[in-house]
Ligand binder design. Structure first.
Ligand code: 13P
Ligand code: SF4
Length: 312
């Protein structure tokens, strides 16, 4: 079957089964072509909560499909490849979080959405890259905060909110590799380019320092969809992109006349790339692989996720 035939078949099956196809911004271009909606973690969670479809095919990674299953228990949530995991979500387990909480019994727990359902069930709040600052700001100033699992996002949020937090030492294997020298070298080569960075980047603290010092006047720190909105609305026509490089294809589609320079050319999330037309087709044909969450965990995790999707 050609890709064109696979796309036609997938769309036919989606219609027949009343399925909605949700795709993260890091997905392959052919997945954009079959998606009903493409977005960042927060947007995809909101879509999963509000859809009328019977089936959600999640073209993203495991924790995202779990979040959809927590929000929509009456729907069938399918992840086309169970190996689409996340190194950041794997950096904290429920047992580790239980232990951490026992050391700080009065603390409010804020967990990034890149965590398992078991971890979310132990959290007070979930957050994403686009609302982490607002969530932390909504917590009374006298409360101790445990923030995890991404240490770079944690450092960024702590600095921006001027709030001391206990931060879990987790990281994403793709974003942790971004270093300041990548940035300095590229800026020399492209002095007029606007820099847009994801807050999971390993160089985030250094960038914040350079921004406050006036050395980085043309830089923004944004979620993946925030980055897409920025390239569309900005007057710049050249951008250095500090995140997984799959997003550049999306930017080219949305804003084809601008130039995009990856901060690191090999910044590829192998988990996001597990999803392809073949396994999406199989997912719809065989209704596989269904993601379901035990009801007690689902109910506990739902509270923290609902807080996340209601705060901008
Ligand atoms: P966004 O919520 O910004 O899309 O980030 C998700 C993610 O996994 C980044 O690596
Ligand atoms: Fe997880 Fe990193 Fe992949 Fe995002 S890029 S899904 S944080 S492993």
């Amino acid at each position: 079957m050609t890709n064109k035939e696979k796309i036609t078949k997938i769309r036919e099956l989606a219609k027949e089964k009343n399925a909605v196809i949700l795709a993260h911004n890091y997905q392959l271009p052919e997945i954009y072509d079959i998606a009903d909606f493409i977005g960042d973690s927060l947007e995809l969670s909101r879509k999963a909560a509000n859809t009328n479809a019977d089936v959600i095919v999640f073209c993203g990674v495991h924790f995202m499909a779990e979040t959809a299953a927590i929000l929509s228990p009456s729907k069938t949530v399918l992840l086309p490849d169970l190996e689409a995991g996340c190194s950041l979500a794997d950096s904290i387990t429920a047992d580790q979080l239980k232990m951490w909480k026992s050391e700080h019994p009065d603390a409010v727990v804020v967990m990034y959405v890149n965590t398992s359902a078991d971890v979310k069930a132990l959290a007070d709040y979930c957050c994403t890259s686009s609302n982490a600052i607002n969530i932390v700001e909504s917590i009374p100033a006298d409360k101790e905060i445990l923030f995890g699992p991404d240490m770079f996002l944690g450092a960024y949020v702590s600095k921006r909110t001027n709030r001391k937090m206990h931060i879990w030492p987790g990281e994403c294997h793709v974003h942790a590799q971004f270093r300041n020298d990548h940035l300095v070298n590229l800026q020399k080569k492209h002095p007029n380019a606007e820099l847009i960075l994801h807050p999971e980047c390993g160089c985030i603290s250094q960038c914040l320092y350079m921004m406050s010092d006036g050395q980085l006047s043309n830089a923004k720190i944004l979620s993946t969809s925030g980055m897409i909105a920025e390239v569309k609305s900005s007057e710049s026509d050249e951008f250095i992109i500090g995140t997984e490089i799959g997003i550049i294809e999306r930017m080219k589609r949305e804003e084809p006349n601008k130039k995009y320079i990856p901060l690191k050319e090999d910044a590829i999330c192998k988990y996001m790339k597990k999803i392809n037309l073949d396994n999406v087709l199989l997912a719809l044909q065989n209704m596989q692989h269904e993601i379901s969450i035990p009801e007690d965990i689902r109910k506990q995790a739902l509270l923290s996720i609902e807080r996340m999707i209601t705060i901008k």
